[in-house]
Design a protein around this ligand. Structure first.
Ligand code: GLN
Length: 450
């Protein structure tokens, strides 16, 4: 019944929202019947979930919302997909995203943009906007996204749902199409912290197929979010409390601070002096890695192949020109430039050094507090088309999410309030950041606010 209900909802709403690229209705019902017959059991038996189209699934295609991978059928499934299926989850379909996970609005999507369920002229955020919109519109019971510089947390904020980016290394990236390998991490969207914890517990763990997945045990009580953290210290950083933020966002943080105070937490001030370098460092590291990762799409190894080529070089060049969208091309050019000889030391190497300083900021901050409370975004969902002609203003949108990505630490976004934007009531997400591999505690802290 649950699977049928979600499929019906997709049927009636997704024509407008466009969160899904593909829906596996028949297969989902087959699996649901197996659950009813007791043939399929596990922690997620019968739970209908949606998967961002950046993860390899054996069913359907894996396109990353790119013409480059149109019709691409993965020969294997991602570890995360396997774990979800083995736990009994029912995969409803694949969700739309910014092409190759590059973007903050889901407007860079080869099959057309995704709409925010809270307002038809508003973006859902990105790049996991389809997964966030599907969650917000109750077109799934949980969904999976990827977060390289904020792609789970930012759309969660703009769509009013919970979004969790785990510690880098907590979840296997095997079968996740690579954007920036030192930053990419998979995580869940949900309505509640308890659901996010359960999904993470299923997804997490060491995987010999991913050399960067950590051999650190996943706590058995990870999903026990009602354990109350003791002697709680919440950190606030002045670098995140700009008066450029929408006033409603600063009010949401103030309200959350009061809630924690009432619960007996100590509020401490922490200093994250390198916050402002987050955006420039991220857009050098991420584009450099992307330019290398995307070299494989040449029309020969993988992906779209032109029908017009005159010789081999022309085949590469035309296939890539036809297959990639503008934002992806921009990133490849930026990254290739940053890595080119003569510029490597000035840009890439320097960015790596500043990345280390950003990580050290967090290390010192977590000596004084258990979690940092901060905004996820400066404000609510922006209008479609508002930032498409100005890539820099789109990039600046990630100011509060990229530092945690660069440091590899976990972060969770949860609904924190509403902003009034030209008469529209739009959700806002607050963010809690915690030390590496402390997701269990971070989620318990988040649960106290919920
Ligand atoms: N918006 C950021 C970017 O465009 C983050 C994307 C992501 O986390 N995948 O790179």
């Amino acid at each position: 019944q649950a699977t049928r209900a979600y499929l019906d909802r997709i049927e009636s709403l997704d024509g407008k929202l466009h969160a899904y690229h593909e829906v596996f209705a028949e297969r989902a019902m087959e699996r649901a019947r197996d659950v009813d017959a007791g043939k399929l059991t596990g922690a997620l038996a019968g739970v209908p979930v949606a998967i961002k189209d950046v993860l390899a699934t054996q069913r359907g295609t894996t396109t990353c919302s790119s013409r480059m991978l149109e019709g691409f059928k993965a020969p294997y499934r991602a570890t995360v997909v396997r774990k979800l299926e083995e736990a009994g989850a029912i995969i409803l379909g694949k969700t739309n995203m910014d092409e190759f996970a590059m973007g903050s609005s889901c407007e860079h999507c080869a099959w057309g943009p995704v709409t925010n369920p809270w307002g038809e002229n508003r973006v859902p955020g990105g790049s996991s906007g389809g997964a966030a919109a599907a969650m917000a519109a109750d077109m799934c019971a949980g969904s999976i996204g990827s977060d390289t510089g904020g792609s789970i947390r930012q759309p969660a904020s703009l769509c009013g749902v919970v979004g969790l980016k785990p510690t880098y290394g907590r979840v296997s990236r095997w079968g996740l199409v690579a954007f920036a390998s030192s930053l990419d991490q998979l995580g869940p969207f949900s309505h509640t912290i308890a659901d996010a914890a359960l999904l993470l517990k299923v997804m997490a763990g060491h995987d010999p197929l991913d050399s960067t997945s950590a051999n650190i045990a996943v706590p058995d009580d990870l999903d026990d979010v009602d354990i109350k953290p003791e002697k709680l210290r919440i950190g606030l950083a002045k670098q995140y409390m700009s008066d450029q933020n929408d006033p409603a966002m600063n009010e949401a943080i103030e309200k959350a601070k009061q809630v924690y105070q009432q619960l007996g937490a100590e509020i401490v001030e922490v200093d994250l002096p390198h916050t402002d370098y987050g955006i420039p460092v991220y857009y050098i590291v991420a584009t450099a890695e992307a330019s290398s990762n995307l070299a494989r799409y040449d029309g020969v190894h993988y992906g779209h192949r032109t029908t017009q080529a005159e010789d081999l070089v022309d085949l590469y060049s035309r296939s890539r020109s036809e297959g990639f969208g503008d934002e992806v091309k921009r990133r490849i050019m930026l990254g290739t430039y940053a890595l080119s000889s003569g510029y490597y030391d000035a840009y890439y190497l320097r960015a790596l050094k500043v990345r280390r300083l950003i990580k050290q900021d967090f290390d010192s901050a977590f000596e004084k507090c258990d979690a940092i409370l901060c905004p996820t975004t400066t404000g609510p969902a922006f209008k479609m088309g508002e930032k498409t002609d100005d890539p820099l203003s789109m990039y600046l949108n990630d100011v509060y999410t990229v530092p945690a990505s660069l440091a590899g630490i976990p972060g969770v976004t949860l609904p924190g309030g509403f902003a009034d934007a030209e008469g529209q009531r739009l959700p806002l997400g607050i963010q809690l950041l915690g030390p590496a591999y402390q997701e269990a505690k971070l989620l318990r802290i988040a649960r106290c606010y919920e």
